[in-house]
Structures are given as C-alpha cells and as structure tokens.
Design a protein around this ligand. Structure first.
Ligand code: URA
Length: 215
C-alpha cells in the first residue's frame, strides 16, 4: 500500500507543545514529538538543559551522536570546547541554559561500520521545531541568547542570517513575541574542525562580548 508523506512545509511541533507547561512538562511532552520525520531515526528527543533561572541561553544546531545517545545537549566534544570557552570568557557554564534549534539528531550512515554521520537539518525542520524553542524562551526568559552558528541563527532570526556578518555583536530583535538580545558566534564544532588557535580565539572573543553585555 502506498504511504502518504506530509509535505515538508506541513512539519510542525506546535500540536505537541502543551500550553501553560513548566520546563519539566515540556521536556516530557517533547519526548513524544512527531512534528517532523527526524524522530524516526533518532534515539530520543534531546531537550534543553541547565539552570531555569539562567541569564544566558545558548542555542546550538541539533544534538550530535553522543547527545542523541545520552539525551542531553552539548555533552560531546563540541560541548566540552564550548564549556572551556565560556569559562575562559567569564560565563559560568553551570549557570547557563543550553538547547538546540532542532531537538532530534539527523544523520546518514556511511563507511564499513555504517557510522552515523551528522547531517545538517533543513531550514524547514528547524522552523518545525521552533515551537519548542519559543516555549523554552518564554519560560527561561534569558537576558541574552548566544546563537551558535547558522542553523540556530536562521531558526531565530530568519533565513537571511549570516553568522560572518553579525558575529560578536549585540543584536536586539523581536523573537516569538519577546524583545531579545542576542550575540551570534560560530558553532563550536566548526572550531573543532578548523583545529587552529585562531578559530578558538574568535569564538572566545565573541563570548567575551556576551559576557560584557551581561554586566
Ligand atoms: N552540536 C550542537 O549543535 N548541539 C549539541 O547538542 C551538540 C553538538
């Protein structure tokens, strides 16, 4: 029997997001999200984590392989590098709330062992996941959002977002009905890939802008 597939622009998490829920209830509801097809291959939903009274919210792209297995954002190599850079910039990683634009791991399988290789989510998948991010923003009410890379930037600020044009600056924008202050920077995975001190120093310098914007 032929199966019918929802068109990509019909993807949305909205019907799965409970109204008037606290973060614990949101996290529980997100575990059952079927708003786009990414839930089919991922191990689990990786919802945001951290201090609910956080002044800073960090928004990444999507969980990686380790995050998918462990169910928490930024627990792999990119997260370790991010924690180190945050601490060096003067932001205590333990006092932040960390989440992703997309809450399921998207990957392809490749090589002899069929390793899971990260695949960037489409803009539609990021937009479909937007209601979870909107609910997290409403509840955490951060003073500042650190935008980690292009996917998070496009999810929050629209498809014309270019990280190279605005990184290390403090932006003020209306997002999901709230006036937000944001500092965009590169994704820590791109720093790992670049494997040079200049890339790390660039991330650090952007995070220092964020730290200064908080005082
Ligand atoms: N990269 C991300 O964008 N998020 C994670 O949680 C891990 C790696």
């Amino acid at each position: 029997m032929a199966t019918t597939k929802a068109p990509e622009d019909a993807y949305t998490a909205a019907p799965f997001v409970p109204e008037h829920a606290d973060l614990a209830a949101l996290r529980e509801a997100a575990a059952g999200c079927r708003g786009c097809p990414l839930h089919r291959d991922a191990t689990q939903t990786v919802f945001g984590a951290g201090d609910t009274g956080a002044r800073v919210m960090l928004v990444g792209e999507q969980p990686g392989d380790q995050e998918d297995r462990r169910g928490r954002p930024f627990v792999g190599p990119a997260g370790k590098l991010l924690d180190r850079a945050l601490a060096e910039a003067g932001i205590d990683p333990g006092e932040t709330y960390v989440t992703n634009a997309v809450k399921h791991f998207k990957f392809t399988r490749s090589g002899p062992g069929k390793r899971r290789i990260h695949k960037a989510p489409s803009l539609r998948e990021a937009v479909a996941c937007g209601p979870w991010l909107a609910a997290e923003l409403r509840l955490v009410e951060p003073e500042l959002i650190v935008v980690l890379g292009a996917t998070a930037g496009k999810a929050l600020l629209g498809s014309s977002f270019r990280v190279t044009e605005v990184r290390g600056t403090v932006l003020e924008e209306e997002i999901h009905g709230r006036r937000e202050r944001l500092v965009p920077t590169v994704h820590p995975s791109s720093v790992l890939r670049a494997d040079d001190l200049g890339a790390y120093r660039g991330l650090l310098s952007d995070l220092k802008v964020a730290a200064r914007a908080l005082v």
